[in-house]
Design a protein around this ligand. Structure first.
Ligand code: MN
Length: 433
């Protein structure tokens, strides 16, 4: 890290931009609920309990542990987590129906989050409800949960594509019915930071919070989830939904690591999160979800602290701030230099020096030449094998494999054609519309 001398400017803080950050940003972790809804991901009761303890140790404030109405095992997971005595508030999710809230009550979780869709497309086609009916359901669920002693977060799905007046109306009704927190969702990841700045202003003209806390739940379909969380925080929203490794439906939720590190390093805002643990816990989530962290993912991706090119390697060896905006040590990660086509002499010298070996200029150059030659004439055999293996896993082993599905259908008495049972007919999707 640099000494007192100014080596780089951070105009994010130095420019004096107008911001109204909340005094404390509360992370609401969604790894065990939305994260588990990542296609192909499943956590056992024991795994959920292990992950809940690990995520709690990071310093999140709230943890959505699942929808107890989904299954007996799901209910049991949430129940066990609720009895762990974690620092984070344990929350169970529910549709706005009483039986879902009854399932939440059986877990002893102190909080619940009844959700209902708010956008016209969801109301008309998915739920087949009028706005009035949706409000009625919301009020009934919130009241019912509140009357049974739960702290209630009222959640509107697809909030940012809904009619503004309706967002105001349904949230006001939920707050009046006893919700002490409301959650705005960009369920399909279409918001952008400047739009949100406007949207929060418009929505707040229509909602009487009466002390209720606001939170956001953002998806990453346009790669905007992290930026959108920051826009929400800049607008004073204190509760931010995130997942470890950015797990979640489709392209995932806002990744915890990115929002935390952006706040800490770009905004100079202390989050209270144990940063040194983020990588370790993310790796455990990767192992248990079977969902590899993307190579190029910021912070926790495989390449985040890896360099190959000669110019970058040389710069980083001279001063890490040249090409590393985040110091690997803070995350307990290690910097890595990969030898390849773009390698220069400095990386070779550094590797030799690490082992206290000396070499002449000519010897170093000869190694560099050989590295370049070797990478440029590499066969792609290993790479191809790896990609094929991954595609096979993605197409044939994610969740229930197609052949397993057809075996189940046959077992249930459906007359399934032989080529489907034998897997000789190639299938990529069972949900084409
Ligand atoms: Mn979601």
């Amino acid at each position: 890290m640099p000494d007192d001398e100014l080596l780089v400017h951070n105009w994010n803080t130095e420019a004096g931009l107008p911001r109204t950050l909340p005094a404390k940003v509360h992370f609401w972790d969604e790894t065990l609920r939305d994260g588990e809804q990542t296609p192909g991901v499943y956590f056992s009761v024991e795994e959920k309990v292990e992950l809940a303890k690990a995520i709690d140790s990071l310093g999140v404030s709230i943890m959505d542990c699942g929808i107890p109405a989904v299954s007996a095992k799901e209910l049991e997971s949430v129940r066990q987590i609720a009895h762990l005595g974690l620092k984070a508030r344990v929350l169970a999710a529910a549709r706005t129906v009483r039986s879902d809230i009854d399932a939440c009550l059986k877990t002893d979780a102190p909080e619940c989050s009844p959700f209902i869709a708010a956008s016209p497309v969801h109301l008309k086609y998915k739920l087949k409800l009028t706005e009035d009916e949706a409000v009625e359901r919301a009020v009934d669920a919130v009241q019912y949960a509140k009357d049974h002693g739960l702290k209630v977060t009222f959640v509107t799905e697809d909030t940012v594509r809904a009619d503004l007046d309706f967002v105001g109306r349904i949230n006001n009704a939920a707050i009046e019915a006893g919700a002490s927190r409301i959650l705005y969702c960009d369920t399909v990841g279409v918001a952008t930071p400047p739009m949100l700045t406007w949207w929060f202003r418009e929505v707040r003209k229509r909602i009487r919070l009466r002390g209720a806390e606001e939170g956001v739940h953002f998806h990453n379909d346009f790669g905007m989830a992290t930026a959108n969380c920051l826009a929400a925080i800049e607008s004073g929203i204190p509760v931010i939904n995130t997942t470890l490794a950015g797990l979640g439906e489709r392209s995932g939720n806002a990744p915890f690591d990115e929002v935390v590190m952006a706040l800490e390093l770009l905004y100079g805002h202390k989050t209270g999160v144990d940063i040194g643990k983020i990588y370790e816990v993310t790796k455990r989530v990767e192992e248990l979800s079977g969902f590899p962290v993307a190579v190029s993912k910021p912070i926790t991706g495989y390449n985040a602290f890896t360099h190959e090119s000669g110019i970058h390697t040389d710069g980083v060896i001279k001063h890490t701030l040249t090409y590393e905006p985040i110091q690997a040590e803070s995350l307990r990660r290690t910097r890595r230099f990969v030898f390849g086509k773009h390698t220069g002499a400095r990386a070779v010298e550094a590797r030799l020096q690490e082992h206290k070996l000396s070499a002449t200029k000519e010897q170093v150059q000869s190694i560099v030449n050989e590295i370049k030659d070797k990478t440029e004439t590499h066969t792609k055999h290993e790479v191809r094998k790896f990609i094929e293996h991954y595609r096979d896993w993605d197409e044939n082993h994610k969740g229930v494999a197609p052949r397993e599905f057809w075996a189940m259908a046959a077992k249930a008495g459906v007359k399934v054609p032989r080529e489907l049972l034998e897997g000789t007919k190639r299938e990529r999707s069972t949900g084409q519309l």
